[in-house]
Design a protein around this ligand. Structure first.
Ligand code: NAD
Length: 297
């Protein structure tokens, strides 16, 4: 019986990713005269969204990526936003576009996300990119599951043939996560709100990815000894702190590797957004025949 899990330090891994990106951004600027640029569309005053956007702005600036914020009033019409997206699609110096979710009721999120040029879709939510993810073709991949893959890779564990259980089936986490794990030859189960016996599913997993949004919902005793536990959940506790979807203390005693909340998946999500933005800038340079050629994608 082993003692305590290794804690995967997402903050540190994300710092390393950002340091590599910073070097890439400097090279792009020096050799191609291009500064990668991320445009963010924020509608209304949702406090959580404002915090997320502020984090993205800071991380972009730290990495040398240009950050363009389009903060729009809550009552903005859908056609105005579609017009803005179209302008950003056409802008030669904008490489990535994201629309911060959730959007106010009068806006159809799907129409807006589908209006983004798939090459600039650095959140990877466009059906074109989602479709390519399903077929296993190169594409812009959603940042949170992509960050989870980076954390799993940091353990050095080969997923081939392993039982992976994902709790949550959202389009931004659960579903794309399943595709990425399948590509690594894991046997994947997706659990959700109608799953009959979540503890039984979790207890046979070599890898658990929790993305439910309920504080400490997954109990330590459900975890199979030696499993890798990745906690995507971010929940505000009654005490005003943050907690994940997993009972961290309980799971720590059984898992081989586990991510903390905060300091696990969150920092990696932002790092992957920057990575996608730099990749989009490189792809554009290549497509428009500018001189630089870069190996790292
Ligand atoms: P969501 O609300 O869209 O989906 C929640 C999912 O949980 C649903 O698919 C639902 O079927 C499932 N679920 C609900 N009850 C369940 C139960 N009893 N058993 C099994 N599954 C159940 O959530 P989301 O957008 O995927 O986010 C999930 C969590 O991850 C939230 O806490 C969110 O804040 C967090 N999140 C974190 C990051 C990050 O960067 N760390 C990014 C995205 C989301």
């Amino acid at each position: 019986m082993h003692n305590k899990a290794n804690i995967i330090n997402g903050k540190e891994i994300a710092l390393k990713v950002k340091a590599d990106l910073k070097a890439d951004v400097e090279a792009l600027k020096r050799e191609a005269g291009v500064i990668p640029c991320l445009a963010v569309v924020l509608v209304g005053e949702n406090p959580a969204s404002r915090v997320y956007v502020r984090n993205k702005a800071k991380a972009s600036e730290d990495t040398g990526i240009k950050f363009l914020l389009h903060a729009m009033p809550l009552d903005t019409k859908e056609e105005t936003l579609l017009g803005l997206i179209s302008t950003l699609n056409d802008a030669n110096d904008v490489h990535g576009i994201i629309v911060q979710l959730p959007l106010p009721q009068q806006i159809d999120s799907d129409s807006l996300l589908e209006a983004i040029d798939p090459k600039k879709d650095v959140d990877g939510f466009h059906p074109y990119n989602m479709g390519r993810l399903v077929t296993g073709s190169p594409c812009m991949q959603p940042c949170t599951p992509l960050g989870v893959m980076g954390l799993i890779d940091s353990t050095g564990v080969d997923l081939s043939g392993k039982e992976a259980v994902i709790a949550g089936r959202s389009n931004i986490v659960g579903k794309p996560m399943a595709m990425m794990l399948l590509k690594r030859n894991a046997t994947v189960t997706i659990c959700h709100s109608r799953t009959l016996d979540l503890p039984a599913c979790i207890s046979r997993a070599d890898l658990v990815v929790a993305a439910i949004g309920r504080e400490r919902f997954i109990k330590g005793e459900w975890i199979r000894p030696g499993a890798i536990v990745i906690d995507v959940g971010i929940n505000r506790t009654a005490e005003g702190g943050l907690a994940g979807d997993v009972d961290f203390e309980g799971a720590l005693k059984r898992a081989s590797f586990i991510t903390p909340v905060p300091g696990g998946v969150g920092p990696m999500t932002v790092a992957m957004l920057l990575k996608n933005t730099v990749a989009a800038a490189k792809a554009r340079i290549k497509a428009t025949g500018q001189r630089a050629s870069f190996k790292r994608a």
